[in-house]
Every structure is written in structure tokens, then in C-alpha cells.
Design a protein around this ligand. Structure first.
Ligand code: NAD
Ligand code: UGA
Length: 464
């Protein structure tokens, strides 16, 4: 079906944080394929066609520019592009359901099912459909039922190819992945389709990093990978609370345990809590799936990872309030960072949202600064815009503040002039490092009262 100029027509439905970067990399690495990305959001599609991309991701613009209008195209024309595609990646959002059965836990598959029905309605020939979105295990069975309900005699092969990129490092994760996972039905047609997807990645990913499996293992592995990653953060965060009680230092503990090669050093940074669009939703989805199979203990085990994260966010705000003499009412508090992690403008499930709302609830005057996330912060806080201030310049945000709190580990915050910040703040001046990125002794020497995660506070007050 591909035009003479190209070997294959690849379509991606969903031009978001995953669809955009993933397809841009495929297009950049495989000029022999035509790659088209469609979305119902015309603003997003328009932005992908400019140099003001709809998402901030280091290195993304360069990759997009390599391929855009050569073999990478963005469009809102869904039906026609489905017709022309040989392979369709579906990368639409799969948020937590907010209504009806499973509300608050299970995945809301309405966007997913809508694309399945669009494909069914438009397709005129056999196609390979690739699950790129993160989905509950056994979604492919439902998808097969929908797609094979056609009376046009069209055959669809369903492939699971979950995405493991992390925001902020997406381009490197895509160019040099630890692994690519491709699952299929274990019959002849399924294996043939799987090989077609393997062949795409083999254009730049070493073959031994391309893992193939049965389709259910692939679907489930995505949820499990996120659950394990988040579990490490909740584990270290739980120990940070114990460190604060015992004068143990969480950085020293993390280093000591991480030197055990069985544990390893990564993902052991204690923090104000994990955010991001996926960890919470994917664990809750896993919990829901376990519950629905009657595996109550399994569900409770994983749910605790999310509860520990909520506890950590809550603990951070409590520490602030306690340190600020049990009241933040009318106090100006500067929050450094609103994105859920550095190097992204994404604020979905960012701990900063919870911290801001709790402080506002306590009637603090909150000033938010962030190099990339202020637009999203305004949307997240639209119901309390009269109670918060947005200030791109961290120095201005801190002026006359009683306290500053680091909520995102932006590199730039490590090298600010904290002497200048201290001089412009109200005294006593407090700093709360929710990411443990600053030099706490230096801040203490400047005059700050310093609170961090999992370490004894450094204060100038006499013990009572
Ligand atoms: P996103 O919200 O940024 O993008 C999804 C896009 O799909 C949106 O632009 C939306 O308009 C579009 N869409 C929804 N319904 C559509 C339809 N019927 N037709 C056409 N377009 C439609 O979401 P995302 O962060 O890219 O995540 C997509 C999936 O990938 C989710 O399942 C997520 O769990 C998974 N995932 C995300 C990440 C990440 O870092 N964000 C990483 C790995 C996996
Ligand atoms: C995560 C996974 O790392 C990806 O592999 C996965 O593809 C993706 O979810 C997804 O499915 O959406 P992402 O959420 O983009 O990626 O970012 P992470 O680097 O995992 O960080 C998540 C959160 O955990 C951030 O708030 C981060 O600050 C926090 N974190 C991370 C810690 O608090 N401590 C750490 O040691 C590591």
C-alpha cells in the first residue's frame, strides 16, 4: 500500500508525549518509511508543524527537523491516513477512570476503543495494529474482538509494543533503549507481524536488545516495570522518614545499599514524592486487575506503593508547616519547580500540585517559579489562580518570602546565588529541599534554616 517512494506507511494515532517523540525517532532513523502522526487535537498537530513543539523535551526539535516534511508528517485527517497505513501504532491516552465501575483505579479505555472503531470503520485492507499506549493485560483480546467484527474480510494482527521512555530523557531512551519489547500472538500470522515490527527497530537498535514475547507478557511487563520503578522510590522514601527520626542520612543509606550489585544505585533518590502521568495510574491499574482476579493480597501489596507516595507528599508539607512555627497563614512561600521532574514542562500528577494546594488551604501566599512548566501550572491551578502567583524569575519569586521549597530538581536551581536569595528573604529564612539537590551545609552557613528529605534539619535555633 505504501507509495512508490516509501517501503511502508506507518501511522501513529495520538501525537502526545509518546507518539510524537517515538515516531519522530522512527522517521529520523528510517527514511525509507513514511511516518504520519494524527490526533483529534488540532492545536497539537499545528504546533508539531512549527518550531514551538507542543511538548518540551531536550533534543526533540532536532530530531523532528531531520525528518519533518521528508518522511514525517502531522495531520488531523484520521480516516484517510488509516486507509493508507500498513502499520498503525495507537498511542492515545489511557488515564485512570473517573466514573462508574473501577473509578479511581482501572484504566479508562474510551479513547482507546474509539480509535479501534475508527480503524474498523476506515480500513479496507489487512493491517498490523500496534498497542503503544500502556494498557491492562488482555486488552489485545478485546481489541481483536472489535476489529474482527468486520464483515469486510479484513484481518488485523495485534502487536503489543509498550513504550519505556522517561520524559526529559525521551530522545536518548528512544535512540539507545535498554530494550524494546514486542509481543504477539504465537501463531504464524502473529509471528510474521511481530517480525515486521522487529524489522523497524532493527534499523537502529541492536538485535539483542529487541525482546519478543507472547502478547500478554508484553502487556503485563509494561505495568510491572512501572510498578517496580515506583516501588523503589516509595521504598527509599519510607526509609527517609525513618532517617529523619534517627539521625541516619538517606543519601548515605541509599549509597550504601545501592553498592550491592543486586540492588543497584539507580532510582534511589528520596524526594517529595514521585509524579508523572503514569506511575500512579499504572500501579492503580495493576491493583484493579489483581482485585478483579480475586488476588486481594497482591492488590494490597502494590497499592501500598501509591499510599506511601501520598504519605511522603503529605509529610513534606507537614514539615514545612511545623518548621514555620505551625502557621503559614499569609506567609509568602516560593516554590522552585512545578514540573514533575527536571527537563520537562509536564506537570501531570506533580507533587507540586499537592504541595501548592495544601499550602493555599493553610492560607499561605504561594509563588511558583519553573523554567518550563508555568503554562501547565496555570491550568492545574485554574480554580485557585487568585491565591497563587507565577514568576519565571526564581530571584523575584523568593523576594520577601519566608520560605523557599525545591520541588523539581532543575539543574539551574543548584547554581543559583543563594546568598542573594537569603538577603532578599524575610528572616528567619527557611529552605526546604524536596529533591536533596542543594549544598545544605553551605545554605546553613549563609544563614538559612535548612530542611531536606531523610536528613536531620540544619537550624540555627537553640534546642528547646
Ligand atoms: P498524551 O495525552 O500526551 O497524548 C495522547 C494523545 O492522544 C492526545 O494528544 C490526544 O488528543 C490523542 N487522542 C486521544 N484520543 C484520540 C483519538 N480517538 N484519535 C486521535 N487522537 C486521540 O499521552 P502520552 O503521555 O503520550 O501517553 C500515551 C500513552 O502512552 C498512555 O497510555 C501512557 O500511559 C503511555 N506512556 C506514556 C509515557 C510518558 O512518558 N508520557 C511513557 C510510556 C508510556
Ligand atoms: C516513567 C518510567 O521511568 C518510564 O520507564 C516509563 O516509560 C514512564 O514512566 C511511563 O510509563 O510513563 P517518567 O514518569 O517520565 O518515566 O519519569 P521518571 O524518571 O520515572 O520519574 C518519575 C517520578 O519519580 C518523577 O517525579 C521523579 O522525580 C521521581 N523520582 C525518580 C524520584 O523521586 N526518585 C528517583 O530516584 C527517581
Amino acid at each position: 500500500m505504501a507509495s512508490e517512494q516509501f517501503e511502508k506507511n506507518i501511522l501513529c494515532i495520538g501525537a502526545g508525549y509518546v507518539g510524537g517523540p517515538t515516531m519522530a525517532v522512527i522517521a529520523a532513523k528510517c527514511p525509507q518509511y513514511k511516518v504520519t502522526i494524527v490526533d483529534i487535537n488540532s492545536e497539537r498537530i499545528k504546533a508539531w508543524q512549527t518550531d514551538e513543539l507542543p511538548i518540551y523535551e531536550p533534543g526533540l526539535l532536532d530530531i523532528v527537523k531531520q525528518a519533518r516534511n521528508r518522511n514525517l508528517f502531522f495531520s488531523t485527517e484520521i480516516t484517510e491516513n488509516i486507509k493508507q497505513a500498513d502499520i498503525i501504532f495507537v498511542s492515545v491516552n489511557t488515564p485512570t477512570k473517573t466514573f462508574g465501575e473501577g473509578a479511581g483505579k482501572s484504566a479508562d479505555l474510551q479513547y482507546w476503543e474509539k480509535t479501534a472503531r475508527d480503524i474498523l470503520a476506515a480500513a479496507e485492507e489487512d493491517k498490523i495494529i500496534v498497542e503503544k499506549s500502556t494498557l491492562p493485560v488482555r486488552t489485545a483480546a478485546a481489541l481483536e474482538r472489535i476489529l474482527h467484527s468486520n464483515d469486510k474480510g479484513i484481518h488485523f494482527d495485534i502487536i503489543s509494543n509498550p513504550e519505556f521512555l522517561a520524559e526529559g530523557t525521551a530522545i536518548n531512551d528512544l535512540l539507545d533503549p535498554d530494550r524494546v519489547l514486542i509481543g504477539s500472538r504465537e501463531n504464524e500470522s502473529g509471528r510474521r507481524a511481530r517480525q515486521e515490527i522487529v524489522d523497524i527497530y532493527a534499523n537502529w537498535v541492536p538485535r539483542d536488545r529487541i525482546i519478543t514475547s507472547n502478547i500478554w507478557s508484553s502487556e503485563l511487563s509494561k505495568l510491572v516495570a512501572n510498578a517496580f520503578l515506583a516501588q523503589r522510590i516509595s521504598s527509599i522514601n519510607s526509609i527517609s522518614a525513618l532517617c529523619e527520626m534517627t539521625e541516619a542520612n538517606i543519601s548515605e543509606v541509599a549509597y550504601a545499599i545501592g553498592r550491592d550489585s543486586r540492588i543497584g544505585p539507580k532510582f534511589l533518590n528520596a524526594s517529595v514524592g514521585f509524579g508523572g502521568s503514569c506511575f500512579k495510574k499504572d500501579i492503580l491499574n495493576l491493583v484493579y486487575i489483581a482485585e478483579s482476579y480475586g488476588l486481594t493480597e497482591v492488590a494490597a501489596y502494590w497499592e501500598q506503593v501509591v499510599k506511601m507516595n501520598e504519605y511522603q507528599e503529605h509529610r513534606f508539607v507537614s514539615t514545612m508547616i511545623k518548621a514555620l512555627f505551625n502557621t503559614v497563614s499569609t506567609k509568602r512561600i516560593a516554590l522552585f519547580g512545578f514540573a514533575f521532574k527536571a527537563d520537562t514542562g509536564d506537570t501531570r500528577e506533580s507533587p507540586a500540585i499537592y504541595v501548592t494546594r495544601q499550602l493555599v488551604e493553610e492560607r499561605a501566599h504561594v509563588v511558583i517559579t519553573d523554567p518550563k512548566a508555568l503554562d501547565n501550572a496555570r491550568i492545574d491551578l485554574q480554580d485557585i489562580l487568585d491565591k497563587v502567583e507565577f514568576e519565571p524569575d526564581p530571584y523575584k519569586a523568593a523576594e520577601e518570602a519566608h520560605a523557599a521549597a525545591i520541588l523539581t530538581e532543575w539543574q539551574a536551581y543548584k547554581s543559583l546565588d543563594y546568598e542573594r536569595i537569603y538577603n532578599s528573604m524575610q528572616k528567619p529564612a527557611f529552605i526546604f529541599d524536596g529533591r536533596n539537590i542543594l549544598d545544605h551545609q553551605k545554605l546553613f552557613d549563609i544563614g538559612f534554616h535548612v530542611y531536606s528529605i531523610g536528613k536531620s534539619p540544619l537550624t540555627h535555633f537553640e534546642e528547646q
